[in-house]
Design a binder for this molecule. Structure first.
Ligand SMILES: [Mn+2]
Length: 296
């Protein structure tokens, strides 16, 4: 059997668990994120090169990774879904696993934030978010007739209310309420808007002041040239190498306690989005375990 990046049979044999949460009930525009995690896993298993150009080693020789699929979420309410994600995540944290969550729509991250808040003090954690959107809405009442406080556009508001520090990168659209919310210093949010002026990676790293780091990547934060398959695309996002460098350097600077990649909505005409998501996932895991790769 050819072994892929998923090289452990089950979570007992692995230190990294890729948690698949293909949920998309509250997605506001183009659907399809339910299929995202499975497609990213397929890329991890068949397309991504094991050999790290950065470390000149096979990452699979040093890190044991498995997957866990939270199936059957489609029929559930947002509340039920988040409960399942949060409970599975908590169980894995108790077993000492590093969890990499794959969405699904961005709301799945709330399950991770809730679980991690039981292990870490959110005041000591910065969530580095790559996204076109702030996702700081109180609910989705401005575009949904049956508003939900658990919609994907509210995910970072939940994180903020749990007490996490937020650093948002690639932002290029927000509402008046979101603008007022992130400008309130008591909410501990630093926003790096994307426009003509190039933001230095070092400037973003300087805004991360905590020991612990969580990474959440909404793929619409990257430029659609690199990740076109997503529900609410916005032109003018992060360039590929810029985003990779930012994520690697942030992981180097802090202790990474969790990560997710969300809003992958596979297209029939190209696998670029899920390939890029798989590569980000693999590079973040390599960086997290870089000491082994360097010493091994
Ligand atoms: Mn977004």
């Amino acid at each position: 059997m050819i072994q892929g990046i998923i090289n452990a049979e089950n979570e007992n044999e692995a230190e990294v668990v890729i948690l698949q949460a293909g949920y998309e009930k509250t997605a506001s525009s183009r659907k399809g994120t339910a299929q995202g995690p499975a497609k990213v896993i397929e890329m991890l298993d068949t397309q991504i090169e094991f050999f790290s150009r950065k470390f000149k080693k096979n990452v699979t020789d040093f890190v044991r990774t498995t997957r866990k699929n939270l199936g059957g979420l489609e029929k559930l309410s947002p509340e039920e879904t988040l409960k399942i994600i949060s409970e599975s995540y908590t169980e894995l944290l108790i077993k000492g696993k590093f969890v990499f969550l794959l969405g699904g729509e961005h709301s799945v991250s709330i399950g991770a934030f809730e679980a991690l808040a039981k292990k870490y003090n959110p005041n000591e954690v910065t969530i580095l978010q790559i996204d076109a959107h702030c996702d700081l809405r109180k609910d989705d009442s401005d575009y949904n007739e049956n508003p939900s406080p658990l919609a994907h556009s509210t995910v970072m508001r939940h994180a903020s209310e749990l007490g996490y520090n937020l650093v948002q990168v690639g932002i290029r659209t927000y509402s008046k309420d979101e603008y007022e919310y992130f400008n309130n210093p008591k909410n501990k949010i630093t926003v790096f808007e994307w426009g003509l002026e190039q933001v230095q990676v070092e400037k973003i790293l300087d805004a991360i002041k905590t020991k612990y780091l969580y990474i959440t990547v909404d793929v619409d934060g990257f430029d659609p040239a690199y990740m076109p398959g997503t529900g609410t695309p916005v032109p003018g996002g992060l360039a590929w190498h810029y985003g990779v460098e930012l994520l690697e350097k942030a992981t180097e600077k802090c202790e990474l306690i969790g990560a997710d990649i969300v809003e992958v909505s596979p297209q029939s005409e190209t696998v670029l989005t899920e390939y890029a998501a798989a590569e980000l996932c693999y590079r973040i895991i390599a960086e997290k375990f870089k000491n082994r790769l360097i010493e091994g």
